[in-house]
Design a protein around this ligand. Structure first.
Ligand code: FAD
Length: 385
């Protein structure tokens, strides 16, 4: 059996690793010459970590992961702690810890695990064709590749999605802009072992530890779509959006490197239940594009990879049957994640300011129990116990 994997991001790389581990012949085709992820870092929640463990990356991941033992929310003006609690009950309950990691390092780990030289870079798919017993991907350079099945891990702007669904989907602007990057840990801004989030005015500023004594930071601001982007004014822009915010936030803004700070307009796609057509499977953001508000997009791609490979390995009624079983297992799960993230997004970013203000009030009496139980439920919905 030969699988063609389109896209060498988190989803494509995990799928290729998973299939290779079951002895399935794979070839990965990636559009760009060098993968430059859109964000600086990513939090891999225990459901994603378990998938990477399962795929043989347990030790490698631990070296990249930040030591995130506590979680805290702070009020935006004074920087006063609204709630702070240990992540240990979550870890004890789900059996694994979360790992925030720098994206470039995650990407390197995945490609090294698969075999970087086995990825064909600079191969952009333009269209796909299916026959009764094979599927062919055509590339921009006029070449093609044929296999028994094709995994479309070509991201949120997937061109293969339309072939699978039979219609074009639209990305929905979620109403806010996210700036993210990495800075050296400074404990006068936030503790080194804590996920710290300042909240107010429907905005947030968050810091998570990653390895190498660095914080992954992000700033969220509700804004109209399509405002001009100018790297040279990032610091001034953030100073404006966060005027009057507490001293640690001002300090963080002064310490960021505008050259390496990313600005992303956050989108998702209305969930759909069809993830496969014949011998083609959508995987990762091509099949479910979510806002990052529960940090589950990449984790869901890891879950997809594990489930897809298991379906191909454990069933013997043919590829099309195995792909349908993959769809059956994944469609509700990923829809749920997208909708949960959308709901969190709206509360966090002041879609209805009264609801957001109530959330700020609730945080002041939060012991960690409610937040962690919501996280547990999401995590335990993954495919690996
Ligand atoms: P991608 O990473 O987009 O990879 C797709 C690949 O396909 C790319 O390399 C692209 O070049 C290639 N490609 C595209 N078109 C073609 C083509 N035609 N031919 C060949 N190759 C092609 N998730 C989490 O789990 N935790 C988080 O904390 C988190 N934080 C996030 C923060 C932000 C600001 C954002 C934007 C997202 C976040 N996510 C997070 C989501 C996560 O980044 C995505 O879900 C994940 O990257 C999806 O992986 P993917 O492989 O499906 O897609």
């Amino acid at each position: 059996m030969k699988a063609i994997v389109i896209g060498g991001g988190i989803g494509g790389a995990c799928a290729a690793i998973a299939l290779k581990r079951f002895g399935i012949d794979t070839a990965v085709y990636e559009a760009v010459k060098e993968i430059k992820p859109v964000g600086a870092a990513i939090s891999i929640w225990p459901n994603g970590v378990k998938c990477l463990n399962y795929l043989g990356m347990k030790e490698a991941l631990r070296k990249l992961g930040g030591n995130m033992r506590f979680m805290a929310y702070k009020d935006y003006q004074q920087g006063k702690t609204m709630t702070r609690f240990s992540m240990d009950p979550l870890i004890q309950s789900v059996g694994e810890q979360p790992y925030p990691v720098a994206r470039a390092e995650l990407q390197s780990m995945l490609l090294d695990t698969y075999g970087r030289d086995r990825v064909q870079f600079g191969k952009r798919v333009t269209h796909v064709e299916e026959s009764a017993d094979s599927v062919t991907a055509w590339f921009e350079d006029g070449t093609s590749a044929t296999g028994d099945l094709l995994i479309a891990a070509d991201g949120t702007h997937s061109i293969i999605r339309q072939h699978v669904l039979g219609y074009a989907t639209e990305r929905r602007y979620a109403g806010y802009v996210n700036w993210n990057g990495l800075v050296e840990i400074d404990e006068s801004i936030a503790p080194a072992d804590q996920w710290t989030t300042f909240v107010g005015e429907g905005k947030r500023v968050s810091l998570m530890p990653v390895s190498g004594n660095r914080f992954y930071f992000f700033f969220d601001v509700p804004l109209p779509k399509g405002l001009p982007q100018d790297r040279t004014t990032v610091r001034e822009d953030l100073q404006g959006y966060f005027a009057g915010w507490a001293e640690p936030v001002q300090k963080l803004i002064s310490q960021i490197n505008p050259e390496t700070t990313n600005r992303v307009e956050i989108h998702d796609i209305e969930p759909f239940m069809q993830l496969v057509k014949g011998r083609i499977a959508l995987l990762g953001d091509s099949g479910h594009s979510t806002t990052p508000d529960i940090g589950q997009g990449g984790c869901a791609a890891m879950e997809d990879a594990v489930v897809l490979a298991n379906m191909l390995q454990t069933n013997s009624l043919g590829i099309e049957d195995a792909l349908l079983r993959y769809q059956e297992k994944r469609a509700y799960r990923v829809k749920d994640l997208v909708l949960k993230a959308r709901k969190r997004c709206d509360v966090t970013h002041g879609k209805e300011m009264a609801v957001t203000e109530q959330w700020y009030e609730d945080l002041k009496s939060e012991t960690g129990e409610r937040i962690l139980s919501g996280m547990c439920e999401t995590i335990l919905g993954g495919p690996l116990e």
